[in-house]
Design a protein around this ligand. Structure first.
Ligand code: SF4
Length: 415
């Protein structure tokens, strides 16, 4: 009998049920935390059967299971022996140590072993026991997907990815290779959405989703960090941070965002909030194969950024200058232009509204309205409001000096 989160005993043969078995290799449990923080759908949605087109999920996870010890592991054994009576998905967090090659001991273990897991509770034994009968096998987090930190240079565990451990010929009982949801820690909703869509595919409620050549959910990892980065505008205009904490684009102090496939910017860390760039951090490539070694040292700029960043500095500064001119023109009410006094008291104090800017504005508008109704010309024909400058009209004495203002006004160029 499996226990679901409603506290009821759920018969393993129940229609419309799917088990999820969670295993940990060389892991910090960050993937588990990410999964628990997901909201679209949440783990509560799945185990409480709140999503209409998904099966009731019975989650077997050592961190959150109601059972413990032998009672918990009995479920894993039953899955390995194909005795559940319902399909299951295997989820592996953490990289896979080379324990199968050791004559004794283990770097990662869970439980005390069983006939299904032929060893002594080693995590690798459980994977060998559960992977063949799993309807789908998902590697969550960069350690399980590509080896990650435990597989970095200098490690003594000879750790590897789940894909490498099971081999390129591995297929689940429903014909799927290992599905990879990378990230250190992964974005929790990336995992839950993938899990949900795989379940829809397995139950026939929808087509199986598409994956890329590395087994990543294609719709989640098809873009680079850079294209959606909140600092991408700085990059385009060639304005770069000089030290961590600066607001500008971080490529010159070690951001790999232009080549890293990850959706943390659009999705945020938890429930659409936070995420590396939103929090001011540079991208260090944590979703990518070869992380961390291929992206270190994290404080150095990627070599390619010298060329792309250098080019952007040249083109970006010209673009920025042109935009500043257009921006000045856009920051005008038509009423001011009709009055021949194209700015505010603040603007006059800052020395804006030069004749050159007015001429530029005229040409810009000509191009803007070419081939359509010239709304700027139409607006010029509007009568001016008669109560403009009402205090002066009524003879109320107002301070016209700009001296004080000058201390408190700052132009766009100075920002
Ligand atoms: Fe691109 Fe990184 Fe700069 Fe963002 S901070 S714009 S990801 S290079």
């Amino acid at each position: 009998m499996a226990i679901d989160f409603r506290g009821q005993s759920a018969p393993a043969s129940e229609e419309g049920m799917m088990h999820v078995f969670w295993l940990s290799g060389m892991s910090c449990d960050g993937c588990s935390v990410a999964m628990l923080g997901a909201s679209n759908p949440s783990i509560e949605d799945l185990v409480l059967d709140r999503v209409p087109d998904l099966p009731l999920v019975v989650m077997h996870h050592p961190m959150i299971a109601e059972e413990s010890g032998a009672e918990l592991m009995a479920q894993y054994s039953a899955a390995g022996q194909n005795q559940l009576g319902a399909p299951y998905i295997l989820v592996v967090e953490g990289s896979i140590p080379d324990d199968q090659a050791l004559s004794s001991g283990a770097f990662a273990s869970m439980g005390a072993g069983s006939s299904a897991a032929r060893g002594r509770g080693r995590a690798t034994d459980w994977i060998v026991a559960l992977a063949p009968n799993a309807a789908a096998t998902i590697a969550i987090g960069t350690c399980a997907t590509w080896g990650g930190i435990p597989a970095a240079a200098g490690n003594i565990t000879r750790s590897m990815s789940l894909m490498d451990f099971l081999g390129g010929g591995y297929r689940s009982s429903r014909g799927l290779p290992v599905v990879n949801v990378p990230g250190c820690a992964p974005q929790g909703d990336n995992f839950m959405e993938t899990l949900a869509n795989i379940m829809r595919g397995l139950t026939g409620n929808r087509d199986m989703p598409q994956f890329d050549e590395l087994g990543r959910p294609a719709w989640l990892f098809d873009q680079t960090v850079h294209v959606h980065c909140p600092k991408a505008g700085y990059y385009e205009e060639g304005i770069f941070a000089e030290e961590p904490g600066d607001n500008e684009c971080l490529v010159e102090i070690g951001c790999w965002g232009p080549v890293v496939q990850c959706n943390i910017v659009e999705r945020g860390a938890v429930n659409h909030l936070g995420g590396c760039m939103v929090a001011g951090g540079a991208c260090i490539g944590c979703t990518m194969p070869g992380f961390p070694d291929k992206y270190s040292p994290f404080y150095k700029a990627p070599p390619g950024s010298a060329i792309s960043g250098g080019l952007t500095k040249v083109t970006g500064s010209a673009i920025r200058r042109m935009r500043l001119m257009s921006m000045k023109m856009a920051n005008r009410e038509p009423i001011w232009e009709r009055a021949g006094d194209g700015t505010t008291a603040w603007g006059r104090a800052a020395g804006l509204d030069s004749p050159l800017e007015r001429i530029n504005g005229k040409f810009y508008k000509k191009l803007q309205y070419k081939g359509s109704v010239n709304q700027a010309s139409r607006n010029k024909l509007q009568p001016q409001p008669q109560s403009m400058d009402i205090l002066r009209q009524k003879g109320v004495d107002v301070e016209a000096s700009t001296d004080v203002l000058q201390e408190h006004v700052i132009t766009r160029e100075e920002l």
